[in-house]
Design a binder for this molecule. Structure first.
Ligand code: GDP
Ligand code: MG
Length: 416
């Protein structure tokens, strides 16, 4: 993965910057149709390798970019969909794999050629519920015919745009980006509220903070800030209280909190000392409810009890940084599962984004880790083939709650 900081293409709206989840945009088409040239235009810099020789882009390449009206995005440049031979077919396979993670696709064609490879790809877009538009590039060499445009737009309920990378203006690009914005589903921006549908106006939520807040980690976590911002936006009341101050504070606070959110590791101890009439959950559960396939996880998590020694568990890791909290958490979780099951399981850890050749059938259970780094659409598409095979799936947070014996209590809030 190649991540580069790009210069801004033009003015970015405040709203776009606020969003912390990046839509993924994939660029597709035959070899040499101008995919890499188009990526460079979008980004406003020469980042993707352009060549007059076909087959230059061999792997899907990701670029970090900021697009006006949309905000932060990841753009994925792919190799030609018309590649052939053993190596070529593998490349096409990798290109198709990106459909699992993208929120929106741009299909580039030239010379009014919309034939077998394009039709196959568009069928795949539909299979993975990826919205798309078609760009007719190199229109300086051959114009888009109204027949091609009409046929494609009608058949696929999309838009086809006449374009060329050689003489295009900033205005052309800005207009295109606005069009993209209309096609990118809202799920890609995580626009749904975290707790606003559950906590009413003026109801109080307490965010319990570990006592060691001033030590090494310090400050509030990204999750705590995100939850607080969401509550404030929804006119709910929020209060931060240190864990050790919680029992005494609850005696004096009025109104009583509707909900207390706790770090997972303190949940069990808190259960025993906090009043029964206040709802409790964990930060992890709030985020897994927000981002995940919650109902499915709820159903499948108890299937952990059916696992036997040496069963193979697939961990889909969203973080690439093996020093990150998500990685450490994943290793701890393996130990916890083994203790809970009383057996040693096999674990296979794969990055969510690099799993083209996996045969899921070998796994008895799949756990997604660091899912708050992904958009909901990315999670849904990553899990789809697994769910289709009837393999149980769950999230790090749910399994963590389950093996610690707090599953029922910490999910109760979300069940109505
Ligand atoms: N005439 C013309 N040439 C273009 C246009 N867009 C790209 N090219 C050229 O087409 C060739 C292939 O472009 P490239 O971006 O590498 O294609 P890719 O293989 O799809 O990534 C390069 O020589 C580009 O300069 C265009 O709109 N008009
Ligand atoms: Mg290329």
């Amino acid at each position: 993965m190649e991540l580069k900081v790009m210069k801004d293409h033009s003015k970015i709206t405040f709203d776009a910057l606020k969003r912390n989840c990046m839509p993924y945009i994939g660029i597709f088409g035959r070899k040499n149709c101008g995919k890499s040239s188009f990526v460079n235009l979008l980004i406003g810099d020469n980042v993707a390798e352009v060549s007059k020789f076909s087959g230059t882009t061999k792997e899907p390449v990701k670029f970090d970019a900021v697009l006006a009206d949309i905000g932060n995005v990841i753009i994925i440049d792919t190799s030609g969909i018309d590649d052939y031979g053993d190596a070529g077919e593998k490349r096409v396979f990798k290109t198709i794999e990106t459909l699992k993670i993208i929120d929106f696709a741009v299909l580039i064609i030239t010379g009014n050629l919309f034939a077998e490879p394009e039709k196959k790809l568009v069928n795949k877009f539909q299979e993975f519920s990826v919205p798309f538009i078609v760009i007719h590039n190199k229109s300086d060499l051959q114009e888009l015919s109204s027949i091609t445009k009409g046929q494609v737009e009608l058949a696929y309920n999309t838009k086809m745009i006449e374009f060329n990378c050689t003489n295009c203006t900033d205005n052309n690009i800005t207009e295109l980006i606005s069009l993209f914005r209309n096609f990118i589903p809202e799920t890609a921006f995580e626009s749904k509220s975290i707790l606003g549908d559950i906590i009413g106006i003026n109801e109080l939520v307490v965010l319990a903070i570990p006592d060691n807040i001033n030590s090494s980690d310090g400050g509030l976590s990204k999750t705590q800030i995100e939850i607080t911002q969401d509550l404030i936006r929804n006119s709910c009341l929020t209060l931060f209280i240190r864990l050790s101050d919680l029992p005494a504070a609850l005696k004096t606070i009025n109104p009583k909190p509707k909900l207390i959110i706790l770090p997972t590791i303190y949940f069990k101890a808190a259960e025993d000392i906090l009043p029964d009439n206040i709802l409790l959950t964990t930060y992890g559960m709030v985020m897994t409810h927000y981002k995940g396939v919650f109902k499915k996880y709820l159903e499948d998590t108890p299937k952990l009890d059916l696992l036997k020694g040496n069963d193979n568990i697939l961990i889909l890791q969203a973080s690439r940084d093996n020093t990150s909290r998500e990685y450490k958490g994943q290793n701890e979780l393996q130990v916890l599962i083994n203790i809970y099951c009383g057996e040693n399981m096999e674990y296979t850890v794969v990055n969510v984004f690099d799993k083209p050749y996996i045969n899921y059938k070998q796994f008895s259970f799949v756990i997604i880790c660091g899912s708050f780094l992904l958009t909901k659409k990315q999670i849904v598409t990553a899990l789809k083939p697994i769910i289709d095979l009837n393999i149980p799936v769950s999230s790090f947070e749910m399994i963590n709650a389950y093996v610690r014996g707090i599953f029922k209590h910490s999910t109760a809030l979300f069940l109505n």
